[in-house]
Ligand binder design. Structure first.
Ligand code: CAA
Ligand code: NAI
Length: 718
């Protein structure tokens, strides 16, 4: 709702009240309309201030109301009522003015912002466009290029930038409400003719056609199939070709198309999913709200390779003292130089102070003795990691949390090397660790709720989205990747090329297809793991070469590694590159010849595989594993899996994540296709539908927020 008060006798103050972000719910909109009428009717009131309770102006439309029938006064006439008022209305912007919140402020005649406020039109990130006049008013106020940039990216601008752009009239370091009241008094009685943005002329400039063409090209390139950014450009275009009223009609038309789209549903689901994962729980009953994190002031990182460097940067930037340990002086020096460079670039990019002095480098593991938390990031080698955990257990002070960045090894096996297995958890970062937002926090059967809570909290401090997952081979992300990759290999055996498979996945919306990603991360990584698992049998021929443990196996990746083709780093992999370290993937005739020769050797007849089959086999195998993960209790809910896939594996955000996507396609359809493919390929275990998807499909495919009710709680091990 909205609360009305009178200040200094002549200023009517309307305060939005809807914690936590004063979103424009039906009650708030009704409150604004009622209190505006009151302020306009009171003769003593000469001007009006609109502000938000608890230092937050407004976080925009209430996203939770989107699924329900529209109640209360609509936003557009409400904003028109404010703009048409004959008494000056001043927006006092503290905290945030986002989406409908900024549109409300643009309907006011003046805007005063606190210096820490953030302003923006982030609707595009929810699959929408600013549908309350934002696409028509903002370009009239700040010009087309700046408006296009803000609307198509959805980014938040600082108050200083908003002032420079002309979005706000004044910025204050003190109370924006006090400043707005003072300002409102000073403009009482003055003409408002030049203050109503909807009456401003259409933006004009000789190069507008070029600007729109460029913007459209840019959004089409970066949107990867997302429709909202493209529609945002179309809506802003209406502001230059149509008079205001007609432009508003066009905005409404375009908004309606987006509002009911699957992409908007996916993005709004994802918005809440990303917040839901912080409310973690484990099968044993440990929970976010009953587990207290330990304080961590000093952290240590062991192993300063690709990952350890990024992790050290993240910890230092979060304000922690860091001890960074390598084996030899030479590696230590190299790492130190690299980390300093990373810190410098990051400080420049983010406009934050340099955190170089936070990190102390050392060649002895003894240096970590007084750390509160240690993150091990040495080679993916169980024997080496075990030795390190034994050492740490002897060296560290009691209560130190011992974490590993392993990509998939058994956390419990490492915990069993220590005297306090309850203090061992996985902290699985993604490369580059100081950039990627995802952190999988892996709890073993003996990890304490407190240890889990501490690691989750540390992730948050580093600006990551932490997702708690159970202990199993590959955890959630890498475990699901296995059947996906396997299908991609099988498709090559059956006649596809890496380019064809990648094209299908990129058209779906992945930033990179599976083979390009594999070239980027290095084929040798998976090869080492398969070798350790005893799957690689060099020189094997005949049928046995393509079967392991009774299931179909493709040795294609192993054969490429035997040729020294490790991907980008060697200049050759599934593609060719102009030099080792090159980044532009080109189809490689050698590889095509190699595939033909391989198929001939194994009696495989190449066939034309259509796009749908390629997509379904890759995605449904991955999704099936996701259901198995839910059934096993490794992830608490589908939101956890979806956040991991969007943030860590390039799954297109506008498709919500693999589990949401399965729901959108229809669980019965996914099940039917899995059954079909499993019938054709009975020796591929990953295509055998898991019992949870069967159970859900048999229960009329309930909506995704009800899936948890169908998951049998695995027996507690904690
Ligand atoms: N509607 C409903 N709930 C919202 C909300 C909104 N617009 N914005 C935030 N919330 C909820 C969150 O879901 C969260 O709820 P839980 O505690 O239950 O998880 C709570 O408010 C706090 O949010 P955050 O955890 O995100 O808090 P924060 O301080 O980190 O960030 C924020 C605050 C920057 C406002 C962030 O919440 C945000 O970006 N919100 C969305 C803003 C947005 O996109 N607005 C546009 C809405 S669409 C629109 O306005 C359409 C139109 O033009 C008509
Ligand atoms: P890397 O090979 O780049 O670095 C490992 C570093 O550990 C080397 O610098 C090595 O000198 C050092 N080291 C080895 N033994 C040591 C010891 N006893 N004490 C101190 N330092 C020692 O490896 P990378 O890629 O950084 O991987 C590290 C861990 O992170 C592995 O477990 C890996 O599976 C995991 N990981 C890797 C990801 C990646 O994309 N590279 C992503 C997520 C996890």
């Amino acid at each position: 709702m909205a609360f009305y008060s009178r200040v200094s006798g002549s200023v009517g103050v309307i305060t939005l009240q809807n914690p936590p972000v004063n979103a424009l719910s039906a009650a708030v909109r009704q409150g604004i309309v009622d209190t505006m009428h009151r302020a306009l009717s009171e003769p003593e009131v000469k001007s009006v201030v609109i502000c938000g309770q608890n230092g937050k102006f407004c976080g925009g439309a209430d996203i939770r109301e989107f699924g329900a029938n529209m109640r209360g006064p609509p936003l557009v006439p409400m904003i028109h009522l404010i703009e048409a008022a004959e008494k000056p209305v001043v927006a006092a912007i503290e905290g945030v003015a986002l989406g409908g919140g900024l549109e409300l402020a643009l309907g006011c005649h003046y805007r005063i912002a606190h210096s820490k406020a953030r302003l923006g039109l982030p609707e595009v990130t929810l699959g929408l466009l600013p549908g309350a006049g934002g696409t028509q008013r903002l370009p009239r106020l700040i010009g087309v290029p700046a408006a296009l940039e803000l609307i198509t990216t959805g980014r938040h601008a600082t108050a200083a930038e908003a002032l420079q752009l002309g979005i706000v009239d004044e910025v204050t370091d003190h109370s924006a409400v006090d400043a707005a009241v003072k300002f409102a008094q000073s403009v009482a009685g003055k003409s408002l003719d030049a203050r109503r943005i909807s009456t401003y002329p259409r933006p004009r400039s000789p190069d507008l056609a070029e600007i729109f063409e460029k913007a459209m090209k840019e959004v089409r390139r970066s949107a990867r199939g997302a429709i909202a950014p493209v529609t945002c450009v179309q809506a802003v275009h209406a502001s230059v070709t149509l008079p205001y009223a007609k432009g508003m009609e066009r905005e409404r038309e375009l908004f309606s198309t987006l509002f009911t789209s699957g992409q908007a549903h996916a993005l709004q689901y994802y918005f809440f999913a990303q917040r839901a994962v912080s409310r973690w729980s484990t099968p044993s009953g440990a929970r976010w709200d009953t587990s207290k994190p330990r304080p961590v002031h000093k952290a240590a990182v062991i192993g300063l390779g690709t990952m350890g460097r990024g992790i050290s940067v993240s910890l230092a930037q979060a304000g922690l003292s860091v001890v960074a340990v390598e084996t030899q002086e030479k590696q230590l020096l190299e790492a130190k130089q690299a980390v300093s460079g990373m810190l410098e670039r990051s400080a420049k990019r983010r406009g934050v102070p340099l955190a170089d002095d936070k990190i102390k480098y050392n060649c002895s593991v003894q240096a970590v003795a007084d750390a509160d938390l240690v993150i091990e990031a040495v080679f993916e080698d169980m024997a080496l990691k075990k030795t390190i955990f034994q050492q740490l257990s002897g060296i560290c002070k009691p209560g130190t949390l011992l974490c590993t960045n392993t990509s998939g090894l058994d956390i419990d096996e490492l915990a069993s090397q220590t005297q306090s297995p309850e203090l061992v958890v996985g902290m699985h970062f993604f490369a580059p660790a100081h950039v990627m937002k995802l952190l999988e926090v892996v709890y073993g059967p003996r990890s304490s709720p407190e240890a889990l809570a501490t690691a989750m909290e540390m992730g948050k401090k580093m600006g990551k989205v932490s997702v708690a997952v159970g202990n199993c081979r590959g955890f959630v992300g890498n475990r699901m990747l296995k059947p996906y990759l396997e299908q991609a290999f099988f498709l090559l055996e059956e006649g596809a090329t890496p380019e064809q498979v990648d094209q299908v996945l990129e058209e779906f919306g992945f930033a990179m297809g599976v083979f390009k990603v594999s070239d980027l991360s290095g084929l040798d990584v998976g090869w080492k793991v398969r070798k350790a698992d005893g799957l690689v049998v060099p020189g094997s021929t005949g049928k046995s070469a393509r079967i392991r443990g009774g299931s179909r196996y493709s040795p294609l990746g192993d054969l490429l590694c035997e040729q020294g083709r490790f991907g980008q780093k060697t200049g050759r992999g599934w593609y060719q590159y102009d030099k080792p370290g090159g980044r532009v993937a080109k189809p490689d005739p050698w590889l095509h010849g190699f595939l033909e020769e391989y198929r001939a050797r194994h009696g495989l007849v190449a066939r034309r595989i259509d796009h749908q089959e390629m997509l379904e086999r890759c995605l449904y195998a991955l999704i099936n594993e996701g259901f198995q993960i839910l059934q096993d209790g490794i992830a608490a809910g589908p939101e956890d899996i979806d956040v991991i896939y969007v943030l860590g594996y390039g799954w297109p955000r506008h498709r919500g994540g693999p589990m949401f996507y399965a729901g959108l396609v229809g669980l019965d359809k996914v099940l039917e296709r899995l059954e079909h493919y499993h019938q054709v390929y009975p020796d591929v275990l990953g295509l055998k539908p898991c019992s949870l998807i069967r159970k859900l499909a048999a229960s009329s495919s309930p909506p995704i927020h009800r899936w948890r009710e169908f998951i049998q709680k695995p027996r507690s091990q904690l």
